[in-house]
Design a protein around this ligand. Structure first.
Ligand SMILES: Cc1ncc(COP(=O)(O)O)c(C=O)c1O
Length: 340
């Protein structure tokens, strides 16, 4: 039995989700005719208390559209130094939008207001790129799935208002953060200009993300989505998977978090683990005493799949497809490595 903890993107649709997808009413979404996509967009907009939403194939596309509509070429965005928008989106901000990134180190990836403030460029000095956008991530993938406190986001909002900056939230795992912290969609909807939400991660749908914002922003976003090649046709089958996930697979994220906590504690007690980043949601990041490649090899040899996270860290992610039986086997196999 392989225990695949490389990512929460690995999940396959459940029987119930597939049934809902097959039964979805569809139409041509580029014409605005897909009832399932229209329903997903309207549902999300309503829940977040935002004016509009647009369905996209991926979280990356949502983030890149947000950057494109919030900036002009030559501008600068501020983000955590290991933010997904900077590190894992293929240089998209530079490529699609002509935007540089001012990267900030932050405890577990949660940027602090004073640090953001210190990195806003003087608006009237032509030497500097114009700071126009702040991107936050919640949960923070590279921060070990850490969650912002609402008060922290509120403070960032106030700073953005002071300087006229757009605040984008990369909410690829926002539902994990909401479940962990007990916040609701509207808490974030009222604080952010744009929010991207992924359905293909912990929520367990096969494809799809939604970008939320004002009516004008989303009108612009649809234009950018088209030029990025993201205008899809009968994609309501996918939106139906996302709607099913919203309905049935949000509360269960707490189970993923509880399992990650247990796995983190187990790892923390191993003589071959130097440290585990505090576990807050479904992501476990740890530093082994050996090289990352050696560690991954040992795990692979006992049927546990993980990924390298930078030069010194290993990441494991719990998700819908990790059964109780797999967790029991994980415990045995991890303990077994002590004897190696
Ligand atoms: C924090 C974060 N943002 C954005 C994305 C991008 O999502 P996608 O793989 O759907 O492009 C990911 C993917 O893992 C992510 O972890």
């Amino acid at each position: 039995m392989i225990i695949d903890l490389r990512s929460d993107t690995l999940t396959r649709p459940t029987a119930g989700m597939l049934k809902a997808m097959f039964a979805a009413p569809v139409g041509d979404d580029v014409f605005g005719d897909d009832p399932s996509i229209n329903k997903l967009e309207a549902t999300l907009a309503e829940r977040f208390g935002m004016e509009a939403a647009v369905f996209c194939p991926s979280g990356t596309m949502c983030n890149q559209i947000a950057i494109r509509i919030a900036t002009q070429p030559q501008d600068q965005m501020i983000c955590y130094e290991d933010a997904h928008v900077y590190l894992y989106e293929g240089g998209g901000a530079a490529y699609h939008s002509g935007v540089t990134a001012r990267r900030i180190s932050a405890p577990q990836g949660r940027m602090q207001v004073a640090d953001i403030r210190a990195n806003i460029n003087p608006p009237d000095d032509v030497h500097f790129p114009r700071t126009s956008l702040v991107c936050i991530e919640n949960t923070v993938n590279k921060g070990g799935g850490s969650c912002y406190e609402l008060a922290e986001v509120q403070a960032i909002r106030e700073l953005c208002d002071e300087y006229g900056l757009h605040l984008h939230l990369d909410g690829a795992r926002l539902y994990n953060a909401m479940v962990a912290k007990g916040y609701g969609e509207a808490d974030f909807g009222r604080l952010c200009d744009t929010i991207s939400v992924c359905f293909s991660k912990g929520l367990g749908a096969p494809v799809g993300s939604v970008l939320l914002g004002s009516r004008d922003m989303i009108r612009h976003a649809r234009r950018v989505r088209k030029v990025f090649g993201g205008g899809m046709r009968q994609a309501g089958y996918l939106a139906a998977g996302a709607l099913y996930a919203l309905e049935h697979q949000v509360d269960r994220l707490a189970d993923d978090h509880a399992m990650a906590l247990r796995m983190g504690a187990l790892l923390e007690a191993r003589p071959w683990v130097k440290q585990v980043v505090p576990v807050e949601t479904n992501i476990i990041i740890f530093e082994p005493t050996m090289s990352v490649q050696e560690m991954l090899g040992k795990l692979e040899a006992v049927g546990i799949k993980a990924v390298a996270f930078g030069a010194t860290m290993v990441r494991l992610v719990t998700h819908l497809d990790v059964t109780e039986e797999m967790e029991r086997a994980f415990v045995e196999r991890i303990r077994g490595l002590d004897a190696d």
